[in-house]
Design a protein around this ligand. Structure first.
Ligand code: KG4
Ligand code: ZN
Length: 329
């Protein structure tokens, strides 16, 4: 089944064409990051207007890259939840219009389920069961997946998401936006043992990151005249603690469930410190890391997830409406 996926839940406008949930035929993305840079965060109204402007040209590009016409597409998939309401609305209306005009079925995709399915956009076929960590700007969730259709949520953050903590920390450290990549770049060459940060909720499966951010604020206030190297050391130590906390929970979940296979996805899964650490957690099982290009928001993960969503829940009606928040289960 060849699915054209559309993603507009936040500040990336994206269209992709994916065959049978795995084979990416094209994936086109317009990142609005430059448009939001001056505000050090995503401005919802700017995001919606930009999606409106970019979506059609991107869609044409996605078809061109896949050497396809609309008549070769079997279904149209769209992220309808969760996300910025105005931004979602642009994608959903665009998808419904395409589905109606082309007489193609419509598939309603949950954005976070899209991140979860992105683990399969690489060569290794997935062996279940596995423990997946979804670490994005809005979610930090541990999921036990028994198949693409059957999964349970083992833990989540009780406050900030990991990406959110990195974004807020980057603001405190004056490193720019988005925070995750800015922190990773600046921390390079820093001593990650130089500063002590408390390990949040040690021994528990749930995550917590807001205390770490407060701890960072106190350290910055205590060292008002840091030189560049000291600031690098502090940034590296903060990043290390976040990544260690994510790894600690993954190891604990392995211990509690007896499942060795691990997977990571979501924007934070792009972090090389995390990617390097995670290998040592898997002893005899398999490790699945979403490829870098599909960690942050993209439409390939939406078209891939749609393949499974449609098998489980069928097609959506043209009365589909977006939802700003919605649980994955
Ligand atoms: O999955 P995503 O694109 O959007 C959401 O669904 O939230 O994730 C965005 C998050 C941001 O918080 C960003 O700072 C973080 O992913 N991020 C990173 C890296 N690249 C993006 N965090 C750590 N290291 C990175 N290289
Ligand atoms: Zn996302």
């Amino acid at each position: 089944m060849i699915i054209l996926g559309i993603e507009t839940s936040c500040d990336e406008s994206a269209v992709a064409i994916v065959k049978d949930g795995r084979e990416v035929l094209s994936s086109v993305l317009y990142s609005q990051v430059q448009e939001h840079l001056a505000f050090q965060g995503v401005v919802p109204e700017i995001a919606s207007r930009s999606h409106l402007k970019e979506l059609l040209p991107i869609c044409r590009q996605a078809l061109q890259q896949a050497h396809m016409d609309f008549d070769q597409i079997d279904a149209i998939a769209v992220t309808s939840k969760p996300g910025l309401m105005g931004a979602l609305m642009v994608g959903v209306v665009f998808a419904k219009s395409l589905a109606y005009a082309l007489k193609k079925p419509l598939i309603d995709v949950h954005h976070i389920y899209g991140h979860l399915v992105s683990i399969s956009l690489q060569e290794k076929p997935i062996q279940f069961p596995l423990i997946a960590l979804i670490a994005s700007g809005g979610h930090t969730t541990l999921v036990q997946m028994n198949s693409f259709f059957e999964f349970t949520i083992l833990a989540k953050s009780i406050d900030d998401a990991a990406g959110e903590a990195l974004d807020k920390a980057a603001k405190l450290l004056d490193l720019g936006f988005p925070g995750g990549p800015a922190i990773e770049a600046f921390a390079n060459g820093g001593n990650s043992n130089a500063f002590d940060f408390p390990m949040p909720l040690k021994g528990e499966l749930n995550f917590s990151f807001s205390g770490l951010k407060t701890s960072l604020l106190h350290k910055i206030q205590k060292h008002p005249n840091m030189n560049a190297q000291e600031k690098k050391d502090m940034t590296a130590s903060f990043q290390e603690t976040i990544m260690n906390s994510l790894c600690e929970k993954l190891a604990l979940a392995q211990e509690k469930t007896g499942i060795d296979n691990l997977a990571i996805c979501g924007g934070v899964a792009k972090n090389q410190v995390l990617r390097d650490k995670i290998g040592s957690l898997v002893q005899g099982g398999e490790l699945y890391m979403t490829p870098m290009a599909y960690c942050t928001d993209n439409a390939a993960m939406i078209a891939a997830a749609a393949f499974y969503t449609q098998q489980k829940d069928g097609f959506a009606g043209l009365d589909l409406i977006p939802k700003a928040s919605a649980p994955m289960l």
